[in-house]
Design a protein around this ligand. Sequence first.
Ligand SMILES: Cc1cc2nc3c(=O)[nH]c(=O)nc-3n(C[C@H](O)[C@H](O)[C@H](O)COP(=O)(O)OP(=O)(O)OC[C@H]3O[C@@H](n4cnc5c(N)ncnc54)[C@H](O)[C@@H]3O)c2cc1C
Ligand SMILES: *[C@@H]1O[C@H](CO)[C@@H](O)[C@H](O)[C@H]1NC(C)=O
Ligand SMILES: *[C@@H]1O[C@H](CO)[C@@H](O)[C@H](O)[C@H]1NC(C)=O
Ligand SMILES: *[C@@H]1O[C@H](CO)[C@@H](O)[C@H](O)[C@H]1NC(C)=O
Ligand SMILES: *[C@@H]1O[C@H](CO)[C@@H](O)[C@H](O)[C@H]1NC(C)=O
Ligand SMILES: *[C@@H]1O[C@H](CO)[C@@H](O)[C@H](O)[C@H]1NC(C)=O
Ligand SMILES: *[C@@H]1O[C@H](CO)[C@@H](O)[C@H](O)[C@H]1NC(C)=O
Ligand SMILES: *[C@@H]1O[C@H](CO)[C@@H](O)[C@H](O)[C@H]1NC(C)=O
Length: 492
Amino acid sequence: MFSRMHLVYLPLLAVSSATSDVPGIPTMCACTQLYDTYPGKVLLTTSANYTAETESYWDVRADLHPACIFQPDTADEVADAIKLLSSNDVQFAIRGGGHMNFPGSNNIDGGVLITLSKFTEYTVNNDTIEVGPGMTWYDVYEALEPYGRAAIGGRLKTIGVPGLTLIGGVHYFINKYGYAMDNVVNYDVVLGNGTQVKANRISHPDLFWALKGGANNFGLVTKFTLKTYHIPQISTTIQLYNESYIKDFIKATCELASLDDPEPIAAGAVITVQYNATTKVVGASILGVQAGVSNPPSQFTNFSTIPGEIKINNVTTLQQWASGLDTPKQMFRVMFSHKAIFPNTDRLYEIYQTWKEAVDQISDVQGLFPTFVMNTAPAGAARVALTNGVGNVWGLKAEPAVWWQFSTGWDLASDDLRITSWSRQLTENLHRVNEELGLARDHVYMGDAGEWQNPFDSFPEASVDRMRTIRAAYDPSGTFSRLNWGGFKLGY
Ligand SMILES: Cc1cc2nc3c(=O)[nH]c(=O)nc-3n(C[C@H](O)[C@H](O)[C@H](O)COP(=O)(O)OP(=O)(O)OC[C@H]3O[C@@H](n4cnc5c(N)ncnc54)[C@H](O)[C@@H]3O)c2cc1C
Ligand SMILES: *[C@@H]1O[C@H](CO)[C@@H](O)[C@H](O)[C@H]1NC(C)=O
Ligand SMILES: *[C@@H]1O[C@H](CO)[C@@H](O)[C@H](O)[C@H]1NC(C)=O
Ligand SMILES: *[C@@H]1O[C@H](CO)[C@@H](O)[C@H](O)[C@H]1NC(C)=O
Ligand SMILES: *[C@@H]1O[C@H](CO)[C@@H](O)[C@H](O)[C@H]1NC(C)=O
Ligand SMILES: *[C@@H]1O[C@H](CO)[C@@H](O)[C@H](O)[C@H]1NC(C)=O
Ligand SMILES: *[C@@H]1O[C@H](CO)[C@@H](O)[C@H](O)[C@H]1NC(C)=O
Ligand SMILES: *[C@@H]1O[C@H](CO)[C@@H](O)[C@H](O)[C@H]1NC(C)=O
């Protein structure tokens, strides 16, 4: 490929600032070759759109400085690029919706960034939708709206399809339909050597299984085929509470997580507590969604009986609902941290109180934005994989859990280490007590975890061994471990 290198482009590839960003010769050659082959689809550092792309992330910490950006929109183009990158040992990152707040998972300094934003083609079938990895969940709900159908994806508007689906995927309706990964019937995959395969129940069933929660360890997915369900309308509730009712709020959350009807009504929520360390004001909120038109939604009555000024119920569509729940790019610097617990009101209330006290200790941090999140993981959500004949890499038992999480935003890079250390120590100490109490659950969800956590450690050992065997068969040269190295990796 060196002979095909067009030296005329080299000045355009030079990165001015940090020396660590300076791409090596193979990277520069790869950029040049991609630019040469796909002139309209490669952004060099001097391109007008380069900066916009490198800032197309939720977490400001993810803004890095790639040598060039490739924006393919067909699987063949992806295959071509992966072949080029792997055969020349060029490091690269892949970005879908850009929401993972793990610097280096979806962007790269000095390597090649592949963005999937242009991959927005979709096909609606009777009971599935084929989705390009450039779509957000809002795009999917919008595409399905005219058919009165819904897919099991993200709860907010702008989260990307690929990242969420590859790590599991928590939707409102997991209690009935399982996680997003449990609803994928086919993955079109470009492997580490550029070969394209279809992974489904019949074709490459081992890879099909591994992609259900195995994240970006096996290949680049160029199309997801998702099951859809007839859910033309949803019943929603928005409720806010003040500090006096936090314990009741946590109790209702534990009750929601513990619901386990053999014929469940699909329902779930976004459940958060916010604390303003300056004003000392606490606010709790639930955004509840249930399939069907029962108004108010029946599954949130234990929340509705808690006093609060704001309780807004509505009957609407998933698209309409999602349209109001945007999480804009470049919101802040942000650190997640999370663990799982058996639903237990008293202990979760103690966790909340400890968190609030800990937030007070960092109240001087500029732009501090602390949120305590509780995601309900009901038994029914795990049962889907236990009974569908495919399973997933999590191997969860059919028992309820609450995934508690601290999401902490801040402004300045100079506070990065402090917040990371604060968040990690707080979370690990609380979890250790939960272990002593026999309340802790092992499972760690990549969508809620900080980059210092290792979710694979929390999966059954047999799952991890099987994933490693599958990785060895499908990516023997380690394209998705050595070259695409960012994010939650299976390790060695
Ligand atoms: C505000 C917010 C709300 C959230 N809400 C939810 C929620 O409701 N439910 C939930 O389950 N999770 C939620 N999450 C977590 C979310 O699922 C993860 O952040 C997920 O990674 C986002 O997917 P993405 O495509 O936007 O991410 P990206 O950052 O683009 O990608 C994530 C990872 O996947 C890799 N990747 C992307 N596309 C591909 C591909 N096609 N092939 C192979 N690898 C690929 C990337 O390289 C990266 O390592 C939320 C996160 C945020 C920040
Ligand atoms: C830059 O972005 C604009 C708007 O999205 C688009 O029309 C244009 O084609 C892009 N240019 C390149 C070189 O990608
Ligand atoms: C899709 O639905 C239509 C109308 O109900 C039906 O005629 C057709 O056979 C279905 N196609 C498949 C592939 O099931
Ligand atoms: C409400 O709480 C009661 C008492 O704990 C519980 O039995 C019931 O299942 C809960 N109902 C809902 C819809 O959460
Ligand atoms: C908390 O909310 C309740 C119910 O809306 C209200 O009566 C009470 O005054 C509120 N307390 C504070 C401190 O705002
Ligand atoms: C209630 O739903 C309707 C129908 O989708 C929508 O037009 C309206 O804006 C919603 N109202 C609120 C307060 O969200
Ligand atoms: C906390 O309150 C102050 C004063 O009203 C405000 O400036 C700040 O933005 C608030 N912080 C958060 C995280 O909402
Ligand atoms: C690419 O890798 C796959 C999986 O290891 C293998 O089956 C296939 O033969 C390889 N193709 C080429 C052209 O090397």
